[in-house]
Ligand binder design. Sequence first.
Ligand code: PLP
Length: 231
Amino acid sequence: MGIAENIRDIRERMDRAAREAGRDPAEIRLVGASKMNGADACREAIAAGIDALGENRVQEMTAKLAEGAYEGAPLHFIGHLQRNKVRQVVGKVSLIQSVGSLALLEEIHRQAEKLDMVQDVLLEVNIGGEESKSGFSPAEIYGAGEKARTFSHVRVRGLMTIPPIEREPHGNLPYFRKVSQLYVDISRNLYDNDFVYLSMGMSDDFEDAITAGATMVRVGSAIFGHRQYHE
Ligand SMILES: *Cc1c(COP(=O)(O)O)cnc(C)c1O
């Protein structure tokens, strides 16, 4: 199947999962994780009505930006971001989804201040407590949300998570439910109407993420096909 058909199919599955959970399908955004796919694939996804595209690597994103790959759709940064690359991302994307430390948050604030703008971000939760992943632990996330409010050039729009790799069907549902609870608590106690994005769920588990309350899913291979990793 082509990209447009894949997107149509995923939307149908998203809508069904939302309705089964008693939710409004219109409140859930589909972000295409377009890493390792060229500008043409990005344009195809935009023409098919994807809500946004998300990139993982600064270098790849910069090259595709120069090609005009994202024209017509918002661009998100969803990968691990190093502090020395923040300058290349702030102001270039509408949302940085993967902010997992206060040091990174502060650097984003500083760059946005220089550009005289406010950068929208999500705080990343390391829900599985994995050493290999970045993100705030569930115990830290509330404090991070509080601290973030003191940075005037960042606006926290919600939470993002990448749960551990699960082999069992529905294995990630408990993680999604935990992050959803954190999202509701933080939203209620710290933020107002700007706090609207709960980004979780990928190709294999976006329906479970929607069941648990996701308002944004990040789907790569189910849209673009399996990635070819070249050595
Ligand atoms: C690649 C990627 C996705 C999408 O993964 P698929 O399994 O291909 O759908 C989602 N989120 C992040 C952060 C990614 O890097």
